[in-house]
Every structure is written in C-alpha cells, then in structure tokens.
Design a protein around this ligand. Structure first.
Ligand code: MOS
Length: 738
C-alpha cells in the first residue's frame, strides 16, 4: 500500500466534536420522559437478605418504583451464561443471597436523580450474616485449578523437565511477587439509558467496548431476539477492559425501564465503580529461574494464584508470557484460583501480561544480579528466535532492534552494574529495563462504504473507539484505499444498526476492522473505475482497469494525470445518488502458521530520596516493534498511555478492602491513586519499522496493551539498582523503601 495518509500523524477526526461537547456520551442522552435509577448496595460481604423495608422509599417524593429480589422479574436467560468462564454472573437481584459487599440489592427509580438517590438512602435491609472469605493468602489452602478464558484451555504449560534442571543448576533464583487488586478508572463512568418502545423493542445507550458483543449477551439474558435490541455506544471515555463485559447495572436499568414504562438512566458513581464492575485481581506469583554460568536459561518455573469471586471463574493469566518470552528448554507454569467474597474480576489492560511480566521480568533482573551480568545482556543471550512454546516461526519480531535502539537512546552502556552506585547528591539514581510483549490477534468485521454524489463518503462499522484514535485510523484507511481526502470521509461506529464490528479487546480492533474497510473502499474504487471505463462521456473511457488511478477524489490515467475526472463528476453524469462498497474480513487459516506478537523494551530511570522513600520516575525510553503503524501521533499516545498505566501499577495503584467487611476502602480518586501529570516524565516512544507479511494482509499488530507490559518490572528493577532493595510487592510505596 502506498502511503499518502497511512502512518501520518493525522489529528483525531473526532477531536473537535469532543472538545466542543458535541460528541455525546451515553449519559448525555435525554430521551423524552426519561427517569433515573439508583442502585442500593449490600453492606455485608456475605449473607442473605431476610427482609427489606421499602415503604419509606416508595412514599418518598418522585419515586416511581422500588425493585428488590422480591419483585424483580426472573430472567431465565441469565443462567445460560452461568459457568462460562470469564463472563460475570449478573447479580440482577434474582435471589436474596449476598456474595460480596456492594452487591446490588435494590433499585430505586424516581423522576430525578436526586430524588432517586434520597429514596435509595431510605431502604432498610436486614441480613442474616454468613462467614465471608476475604483474605486471599489465608485461603490458599482452598485454591482450585484455574480456568481458561471463554471456555478455552486453562493457563499452564510444560516442556522439558524444569524440576530436574532447577535442582542441578549452577545459578538459581527463586522469589515470590505480589500484585494488588486494581481498578480501571476510566474517566467516563459506566452509564446506560434503557428505553422500550410500544412494540417491545429496546434501545440501549450504553458505554461499552463492543455493541454487537453486548447485544449478543443481552439478547440471551433477556430472551429478546437481537433484531429487537439496538445498542448505541459511539463514544467511550476509556474502557481498559472494564467495559468489555456486561455488568449488573445494564440489566437493572433495562428491567427498571420495563417496570415503569419510561426510559431509565442509570449512571454509576465513581465510588460504585469500585464494586459494581470488574477489576484486576490480586496475584501471588512464585518464579524460579536457573541458568548456566554464561547466563543461558536452563529452567523456568512460574506458578501462583489469583483471586476470583465465589461463583465465577476469572483467571488473570500471568504465566502466558513466561511460556513464550525466552528460549529455555525446561519450563513449567501453572495457576490456581482462590475464591473470595468480592465481585468478579475481569480483563484489565494486558490482563495477565501486565502482572506476569512484573514478576517474570523482575526475576530476570534478580538472575542478572546473581550472575553479575548486565540485565539487557541476559535478555539478549536468551532471545527466542522462534516461539519456544509452540515451535512456530514468529510472524515478525524486532525485539533485538528494540533493545539496540532503546539502549542507545537511553545511554544504557553508561550504567554501572552495582546497585547504589549512581547518585546525584543525596538522590540515588537507578536504571532498569524490561521486555514488553503482547499477542497480535484479529477477529471478524464487516464494513460498508458509501460514496455520495457530492464526493464525500460515509464508512460504517460497529467497532468501538475507546478514546484511542480508532475513528481516525479507520478514516485514514478508507481515505488511503479509495483515494479521497480524510476530511471528506465520515466514519460511523458504535451502533448495532451498522455492519458488525468487533469487541475492542485484546488490542485487536485496528487489525480486525482495517482489512474490512480496506476491502469496502477497494470495492467502491473498483466500481468507479468500471463505471468510468464504460462511460463514453468519461475522459477515462477505453482505458484498461490497471491504468486508472484514484487520488484526492479523482480518477485519472496512469500515463497522463491531467486526463481524468472527479468522483462527483462521474456520479453526477451517471445520475447516481451514491456508490456502495462492502468488505468482510476474518483471520485467514494461513495466519495460524505463525506466532504473532508485538515486542518492545522499556528503559527507565528513577530518582530515589532515601530519607523519604520517594521514587520519582525521571526518564523513560520505550522502543516498540508493533507492525505497521497507521498513525504516528495516536500510536505514540497509545504507547505513552500504556506506559503511564504501568507507572500507576508500579508506584501508586492499589485497591484496599476492609479485611472484616470486604468493602473497598479506596473507592475514590483521592484514595486510589492514578498517576497525574507530575508523576509522568516525557516518554520517548519509538516504533521500529516492521513489515510483517504474515500477521494479516495489512501487517497490523495491536498497540493498546503492549505498552503497559514490562513497565512495572522496569521500575522495580530501576528501584533495585538505585537502592539495593528488591520490592516484590506492588505498588512500590515509600513505606517499602524506608
Ligand atoms: Mo482489553 S483488557 O482486552 O479490554
């Protein structure tokens, strides 16, 4: 593909709409007659609701309905998904059992949000308490086998004999690492507006990562045919995984709308987002590594636990990276789950890879220290030239170039080997690095392109833009392929009235949707060329198809650029209101022959004030090999954002639950610390040029999650280099350094 538009740092096409408030988010819609719902949550971690006193709430001004387990309709469809791993059981008040603190137990609907909120405070609940399990480490004895994602195989891998190789190794390290529960905290809270019409069709304004995915689930849960259900989610203010799956509030708003016969708006508060939707589960990971005296890995064993809820299995697959990241003949990985009385955990940006690389890439650093070897050199020595887990060739891999470029840019060779050896006055300086990786997937998508008689075009695909720049790169893809300026194209997304698009998950949207748009735009272009060739009045009449080119909304002869006409001229003369093209794309079987991943490396400098225990990250260099980059600007933002997500994980983010009552104690942004600008230095992001002929026809890998992987380890490794203290328990707060 030539590139007039692809790869360029095109500004966000939706930027103006967003800064002027014209891009309406889910909660900003106001259908006529709309009323408001507020969720009442349990205040105990486990038990049964014996009795609820709702009369005061019912009599409160403006109240239209109070739904409780007693009068909530039973939804047989909800059970159809029970037992499928990953999908959370929706606690839609189907019974009186309480399984976690904060579970929805009643829903109050009133004419205003304030009146609903007040009435919700009047509901009195009497429980029979039951013993709750709240401490993962105290419950390890009851751990059970981990489950796979969406019914797939559970994590875990064996090759060679790790136990034997560990026992005979000349150099060996063994350590246990901990990562806390974390919450996604997108800027835009979860919100939906449910509206039924007289014919029994449902329209749902929602904020989610995939409207078709949401509709499929809701259609089963509600027993409603998909064509009676429209899900609309054109703008999403961040997702990071917590808006991938449906949560209880969606079902509750839909049932409330049915009960009162009016559209119902339900918006979660920031505080409720710490209990009513999923989170990254706590992990406890043990890593054992063995190497020969030259630093060649001879054995890896990575095992551990993650938390899940009492009834649902969600596994944070932290060992997946360990299986494939380095060449090593003897590897054993396995995982277990510990059931607690919490809500159900879920995907959070690089789910498994973020937590797994923290433990594994920290252990690599510990091994380098034991070997008295440069940690980057250790990684080079153990580079996997092909996928060691499946024995496949990589579709492409530029990791060695990322190491080279990143080290050079950072000045890594000036690093002293010894911890505590680099200082700036009283401040200890540390340099750490780690490898980043994330798999490259794609799903199915369809796209429609309509070129109008005025020379503008509309492109449609029900994909999601979580704020990442998807609207922009898809517009670029359509523009490049058809030969039309991006300003002339309007991209439409996030609505089940549009052709099917994927869930924005697993960093796969761009690789999934781009080929469909490419095909749709090629279809339009082919039709235009044929029309012109057949039209005696066209200056292109009589030319061969291969000799007609398109650019800037105009068809012209390859031999003579002046010989041609605009799309609008052609359509006008043909009296056509529009020309339509369609494209479908799905993974090809040939792609399965290769192992496809993005790879990269982070180099991070920290400054530690030992007297205060404070860690400041002062420099970050990140090099990525992530396939074809469609937009230099939004791609850089994706990687920077991913790195910042990793900084939060490394240094500040931690969800704390009350150990007796299981209530989240850090349920706002004053207590749950996401990095702010002052925490983030300039991030020097570089993409290594990568032409991948195997991953998919356009050579695209995802970039949404790979930036986060490895960051927490690189920070922890830098802190060790600065202080000589190895923090194996995130986040690295100052108390752990004093
Ligand atoms: Mo992302 S954590 O795959 O939604």
């Amino acid at each position: 593909m030539s590139s007039k538009v692809i790869g360029k740092p095109v500004d966000r096409v939706d930027g103006k709409l967003k800064v002027t408030g014209k891009a309406l988010y889910a909660a900003e819609h106001n259908p006529p007659g709309m009323v408001h719902a507020v969720i009442v949550q349990s205040t105990v971690p486990r038990g049964s609701v014996l009795r609820m006193q709702t009369s005061e709430a019912e009599k409160s001004p403006g109240v239209l309905a109070v739904l409780t387990p007693k009068n909530m309709p039973k939804l047989a469809g909800l059970e159809q998904y029970a037992g499928v791993s990953v999908l959370p059981r929706l606690t839609a008040m189907q019974d009186s059992e309480v399984l976690f603190n904060g579970q929805p137990i009643a829903l109050v609907v009133a004419d205003t949000f304030e009146r609903a909120t007040h009435a919700a405070s009047l509901v009195r609940t009497f429980y029979m308490d039951k013993p709750a399990t709240l401490d993962m480490e105290a419950a390890l004895g009851r751990a059970e086998a981990a489950v796979g994602v969406f019914g797939g195989p559970p994590p875990g891998h064996t090759r060679g004999d790790a136990a034997a190789a560990l026992s005979s190794a000349p150099v060996r390290v063994e350590a246990t690492y901990r990562t806390p529960t974390e919450h996604h905290n997108p800027m835009e809270p979860h919100a939906c507006i449910a509206s039924w019409d007289e014919a029994g069709s449902l329209t749902l304004y929602d904020t989610n990562q995939g409207v078709y995915f949401m509709r499929q689930f809701l259609s089963v849960a509600l027993g409603l045919p998909p064509d009676k259900l429209r899900v609309i989610s054109p703008y999403v203010g961040g997702g990071f995984g917590c808006k991938a799956l449906p949560w209880s509030h969606v079902i509750l708003s839909i049932m409330a709308a049915k009960a009162v016969g009016k559209p119902v708006k339900l918006v979660l508060t920031r505080r409720q987002m710490f209990s009513l939707v999923g989170f990254r589960p706590r992990t406890l990971q043990k890593v054992e590594l063995a190497a020969n005296a030259q630093g060649k890995l001879t054995a890896i064993r990575h095992t551990g636990y993650s938390e899940t809820s009492e009834k649902d299995g969600f596994t944070e697959t932290f060992t997946n990276v360990t299986n494939m990241l380095y060449a090593c003949p003897n590897v054993t990985t396995s995982q277990q789950l510990v059931r607690l009385n919490t809500g159900t955990p879920t995907f959070m940006r690089a789910p498994g890879e973020a937590t797994g690389t923290y433990a594994f890439e920290s252990a690599l650093d510990e091994l380098a220290h034991a070997l008295k070897m440069d940690p980057l050199e250790l990684r080079r020595i153990n580079h996997a030239d092909k996928d060691p887990e499946h024995g496949k060739e990589w579709s492409s891999k530029s990791l060695l170039e990322c190491y080279r470029w990143g080290a050079e840019r950072f000045g890594w060779k000036k690093r002293s080997l010894q911890p505590r050896s680099m200082k700036d006055g009283d401040i200890l300086i540390g340099w750490g690095m780690a490898t980043a990786t994330f798999p490259a997937f794609r799903q199915q998508a369809s796209a429609l392109m309509k070129l109008m008689a005025d020379g503008t075009a509309v492109v449609q695909c029900a994909a999601a833009d979580l704020g990442t720049g998807a609207y922009t790169v898809f517009t670029q893809m359509a523009a490049e392929t058809l030969g039309l300026a991006p300003e002339k194209i309007r991209m439409e997304m996030g609505d089940t009235a549009l052709p099917p698009g994927p869930l924005a998950g697993g960093s796969s949207s761009t690789a999934t949707v781009s080929p469909a748009i490419h095909a749709a735009a090629n279809d339009v272009r082919g039709k235009l060329v044929k029309l012109a060739m057949a039209d005696k009045a066209s200056p292109l009449h009589g030319l061969a198809e291969k000799d007609v080119l398109a650019e800037d909304g105009r068809l012209f002869s390859r031999q003579d650029k002046a010989r041609g006409e605009t799309f609008a001229q052609l359509l006008g003369r043909q009296k056509l209101p529009h020309v339509e093209g369609k494209g479908d794309a799905a993974p090809a079987p040939s792609e399965q022959k290769y192992s496809a991943h993005a790879f990269g490396a982070h180099f991070i400098e920290v400054r530690v004030d030992e007297a205060l225990g404070t860690v400041r990250v002062s420099r970050i260099v990140t090099a990525m090999g992530a396939g074809r980059i469609l937009n230099a600007k939004t791609a850089r933002s994706q990687i920077s954002g991913g790195v910042i997500f990793g900084l939060g994980m490394a240094l500040t983010e931690e969800t704390l639950r009350d150990p007796r009552m299981g209530r989240v104690m850090t349920a706002d942004l004053a207590e749950y610390h996401v990095p702010v600008h002052a925490d983030v230095p300039d991030i020097d992001v570089h993409f290594v040029e990568e032409n991948d002929p195997h991953v998919n026809p356009l050579g695209i890998k995802g970039i949404g999650e790979v930036g986060t992987t490895g960051v927490a380890a690189a920070v922890a490794n830098a802190v060790f280099h600065a202080t000589g203290k190895r923090v194996r328990d995130l986040p690295i707060t100052l108390d752990k350094l004093l």
